[in-house]
Design a protein around this ligand. Structure first.
Ligand SMILES: Nc1nc2c(ncn2[C@@H]2O[C@H](COP(=O)(O)OP(=O)(O)OP(=O)(O)O)[C@@H](O)[C@H]2O)c(=O)[nH]1
Ligand SMILES: [Mg+2]
Length: 407
């Protein structure tokens, strides 16, 4: 399968909340899982999928996916994940190998914060009585850790940057962009953060410590958007905590990572028919399963799927891409009549691109040469030509006509 993913999702949180379980379920990549803190020391990287209804049915064609998968009308588009080591309070100052762990999220474009909604792990991830720990504290702690970590990175050069900016306003943003380039932070995000913090870029040198931190906090929110995966929903106190978490400003998705992992493992062995994110499953080979296995799967069906509609893992991934990162799906084709590429493969690729991407920018995403020689594009649904500034819509099928061919 060709790789087309361009965004990285960071799976973060304190130790022992189920980050590696979520990661494993999402990617089916091996990751160590255990009920004590700091099981993960080295980050795991893997490929999971965004789930979207495939458009081949609408166009009434049979597809030949190349860069993605199509299972029973569901298009699964590969995306990349990083499962980070657990963070503890004070990580930004180096506690619990904190700086090193925080550095793992440098390249992440969005964060899925795995929270133990059962309240059964303390602020350092040690087991405690169910319901004893307030998960709202975990949100505040993580926000602070990331903000302070970013502030520390910026602080070193801040006086020099701020002073130079006061003598020539134009310099602040490019200088900050350069300083923050390793954190995948772009200039528009920095400009937006100054605005959101209601600060004056011309007066950066006279920002107080509080104002500086306010700016960094806004920058964190904009550059590392985060959603809450309220995990361990199978445990009793979770429902009550979920209600509390829902009252925050975050997108909150109720999850049971353990159930998703069990379902995907059974599906991989073809014991059940289950696609990531399905609301139910079908037993395929009960004769090859033990009574305990069947019972465990039936409990998942009854307690999770029928009750909540899904395990939530796939919903969290989809939310991260479609809601936090505001992405849309676009299908490029070469032959507009057959919706195929030059090898005759029908609807071969599905790309995730940010909303606002123009036809020409999309051509560049597919291939630099296609962008450079861009003449016009054709919208397959409307069968009409569109220009370079055409803003792509979700589920568009687009053919790019260029003076230069894809290599
Ligand atoms: N009940 C329940 N337990 C879960 C769920 N997800 C994970 N766990 C358990 O939580 C414990 C910690 O899981 P891990 O995936 O290792 O957690 P982690 O956040 O990666 O931990 P560190 O790597 O130590 O930071 C394990 O015992 C898992 O089996 C869930 O949805 N429900
Ligand atoms: Mg782990």
């Amino acid at each position: 399968m060709q790789r087309s993913y361009s965004k990285l999702l960071g799976i973060v949180g304190k130790p022992n909340t189920g980050k590696s379980t979520f990661f494993s379920a999402a990617t089916m990549a091996p990751a160590e899982i255990a009920n004590y803190p700091f099981t993960t020391i080295k980050p795991n990287r893997g490929i999971g999928y965004v789930r979207t209804p495939c458009i081949h049915e609408e166009f009434n064609v049979k597809d030949t996916p190349v860069n993605s998968l199509c299972l029973d009308g569901v298009r699964l588009i590969p995306v990349e994940f990083i499962d980070c080591a657990g963070l503890v309070p004070g990580a930004w100052e180096g506690r619990g190998l904190g700086n090193q762990f925080l550095d793992e999220i440098r390249k992440a474009d969005a964060l899925v914060h795995i929270v133990d909604a059962s309240g059964g792990t303390d602020c350092e991830g040690r087991l405690c009585n169910l319901g004893e720990h307030d998960p709202l504290e975990d949100i505040k702690f993580l926000e602070r850790e990331i903000t302070m970590w970013m502030a520390n990175i910026l602080k070193k050069d801040w006086p020099k940057i701020a002073r130079t900016a006061e003598s020539d306003t134009k310099d602040l943003y490019p200088m900050l962009e350069e300083r923050l380039s390793g954190l995948a932070i772009k200039r528009p995000q920095i400009i937006q953060a100054v605005k959101k913090a209601e600060l004056n870029a011309d007066k950066a040198a006279s920002w107080s410590e509080d104002e500086f931190l306010r700016f960094v906090d806004c920058l964190r929110q904009i550059s590392k958007p985060m959603l809450i995966a309220a995990n361990k929903m199978d445990l009793p106190p979770s429902e009550q905590n979920l209600q509390k978490l829902m009252k925050t400003n975050y997108v909150v998705v109720a999850c049971c990572a353990e159930a998703e992992l069990a379902l995907r493992r059974a599906a991989e062995k073809q014991l059940i028919d289950y696609k990531p994110g399905d609301c139910n499953f079908r037993m395929l080979k009960p004769e090859q399963m033990s009574q305990a296995q069947i019972k465990a799967l039936e409990t998942i069906r009854e307690k999770i799927l029928l009750k909540a509609g899904s395990t939530g893992v796939q919903d969290a991934i989809n939310m991260a891409y479609f809601k936090l990162l505001n992405m849309i799906t676009v299908y490029p084709v070469e032959d507009i009549e057959h919706l195929s590429d030059h090898n005759g493969r029908v609807l071969p690729d599905a790309y995730l691109v940010p909303y606002g991407t123009t036809a020409r920018e999309f051509a560049y995403i597919i291939h630099t040469e296609l962008g450079e020689g861009f003449l016009y594009a054709v919208d397959a649904r409307e069968k009409k030509r569109v220009g370079e500034d055409y803003i792509l819509k979700d589920r568009d099928v687009i053919s790019i006509v260029s003076t230069r061919k894809r290599a």
